[in-house]
Design a protein around this ligand. Structure first.
Ligand SMILES: [Zn+2]
Length: 59
């Protein structure tokens, strides 16, 4: 049976766990209307994504 040769140090364990830590989605500014929008998300206020209209937003 495979057995670890050395005990995992606290620092190594914490560093590994820190890599899986949850963090809030990156917020960007919409290139069309300038509102704050999470990355890889269609702008909810103007319906633009990657410089073109992909959603028809009322008004
Ligand atoms: Zn927008």
């Amino acid at each position: 049976m495979g057995v670890p040769k050395r005990k995992t140090s606290k620092m190594r364990l914490r560093t590994r766990k820190a890599a899986n830590r949850w963090h809030a989605p990156q917020l960007n500014k919409c290139g069309q209307c300038g509102s704050t929008v999470p990355s890889h998300t269609v702008c909810p206020s103007c319906g633009y994504y990657k410089g073109r209209q992909v959603l028809s937003v009322g008004a």
